[in-house]
Structure formats: C-alpha cells, structure tokens
Write a protein that binds this ligand. Structure first.
Ligand SMILES: Cc1cc2nc3c(=O)[nH]c(=O)nc-3n(C[C@H](O)[C@H](O)[C@H](O)COP(=O)(O)O)c2cc1C
Length: 220
C-alpha cells in the first residue's frame, strides 16, 4: 500500500515537472554564421566586463551565434566543441534564462530545449550591489552548470570542481570575445546565491552552478 502511494507520488511529480516545461516551446536556432566577426586581436583589445545593460532582446541569429561561440560543436565528426573540456567530458551545460523561461543549450542539435516556464533572470541577481542593478534587466543570463555525473573516474569533488571551473572559464571567455566582436555588453559573476538558484532551476544534487554571465546590448 505504502509502496503504491509512493509510486503514485513519483508519477505525479514527474508529470507535473514535465508539464511545467511542456508549454514552453524549443527554440530552433538558425545555423551560426562562422564567417562574421571582427579580427581576433581587435576582440581581445575590446574584451571587457560591462555591467550596464539595455533591456532590448537579442535577435535569434545573435543568440545562435553567441551560443555556438560559447560552446557549440565545431567538429561534427567528433562532436567536439568551441571550448575545450578536460577528458572531453563536456560536463558544463549552458542554461539560458530569458523572459520566456529557462532553457538548456543542446549543442549537438543547436537548439534551446525548454526546462521551466518561468523568468529566472532576477533569481540570478539576488547578491548584486544596488549600483549594478541594470544587470538584472539584461535580456539573457547564461548559467554555467557542471554535471559531476559526467566526470567519470574522478572520485574527488575537489578535482571535479577544479576541472569544471576551468572548463567554464573557457566558455565564458568565448562569450566575452563574441560580445567584444558584436559590440554586446557582458559580465561574468561568481557572486550568485547558488543554493537558492539551484532549487529554482530544479537541478539534481550532482549538478553544480559554477558562474553566471549576463549578456545584452549596452545601455545607451
Ligand atoms: C571567476 C570570476 C568571477 C567573477 N565574479 C564577479 C561577480 O560576482 N560580480 C561582478 O560584478 N563581477 C565579477 N567578475 C568580473 C570581474 O570583476 C572583472 O572581470 C574584473 O573586474 C576585471 O574586469 P574586466 O573583465 O573588464 O577585465 C568575475 C570575474 C571572474 C573571472
């Protein structure tokens, strides 16, 4: 009897959590433009943290290029990505918080898969100093989440944290350089209420938020 009740609760929970995302549609991204952009040396010259954002949304082609630059597949034969990862674990997922909801970037299919139909952008900015309030209005918050379960053979969480933090740094720098190329504002943040945000995102225990990065047009 108890077992039956437990099973019903699990089934109900699964149904509810899938139905939350069910009314949020996937975002099909156009193919990335791999020929555009400024020369690398110019991007390096212009790379910076800019915390003043306009609330203007990013068009889907910019979103496509941004995510591909961040961590897209650049070698179809091996499935390897624009950012390196230790042992090619590819353990860092890029979650995208927008007004419409929370998505996860599926690099192989180059689409945004729905996760939750709620605007979690403000949930990433609880620890912001008041002087940095325009970060909360950015159209996009990229949330870098390491999945420790993908890091096979490492038993030690300290090592997992080290490697996944390094791997996140490469993704974040790709985003910085893309933003420098396109004249977008961006800023990465470690000061995030990770415990609360993990709950809001309904992450599993072995999924760890590493950093959050706001992206948008610069404020006028
Ligand atoms: C790992 C890491 C964590 C950071 N965390 C924050 C943060 O919590 N809040 C913030 O406003 N900036 C944060 N920054 C941005 C730095 O303050 C910024 O990179 C630094 O001031 C240098 O400025 P620049 O990026 O324009 O060179 C972080 C940067 C890195 C690399």
């Amino acid at each position: 009897m108890l077992k039956k009740m437990f099973l019903s609760i699990v089934v109900l929970f699964c149904f509810l959590s899938t139905s939350i995302a069910a009314d949020l549609s996937p975002v099909k991204l156009p193919p990335p433009d791999m020929k555009g952009g400024k020369p690398l040396m110019q991007c390096l010259k212009d790379r910076k943290t800019d915390r003043s954002f306009s609330t203007k949304k990013l068009p889907v082609d910019v979103l496509s290029n941004l995510l591909w630059a961040a961590s897209g597949v650049n070698r179809a034969d091996s499935g390897k990505r624009t950012a390196p990862s230790a042992v090619n674990w590819q353990e860092v997922d890029v979650y995208v918080a927008m007004e419409e909801g929370l998505y996860i970037y599926n690099a192989k299919a180059h689409i945004l898969e729905p996760v939750l139909k709620s605007d979690l952008r403000k949930n990433t900015t609880q620890l912001l100093q008041p002087s940095r309030s325009s970060v909360a209005g950015a159209p996009l918050q990229l949330i870098y989440v390491a999945d420790y379960e993908k890091m096979s053979f490492l038993v030690n969480d300290e090592d997992k944290k080290l490697y996944s933090s390094a791997d996140t740094g490469f993704i974040s720098q790709n985003v910085y350089l893309y933003c420098a190329s396109e004249g977008l504002a961006t800023g990465v943040r470690g000061m995030v209420n990770k415990e609360a945000l993990s709950k809001d995102m309904k992450l599993r225990d072995k999924q760890k938020i590493i950093l959050v990065q706001a992206v948008g047009y610069p404020a006028d």
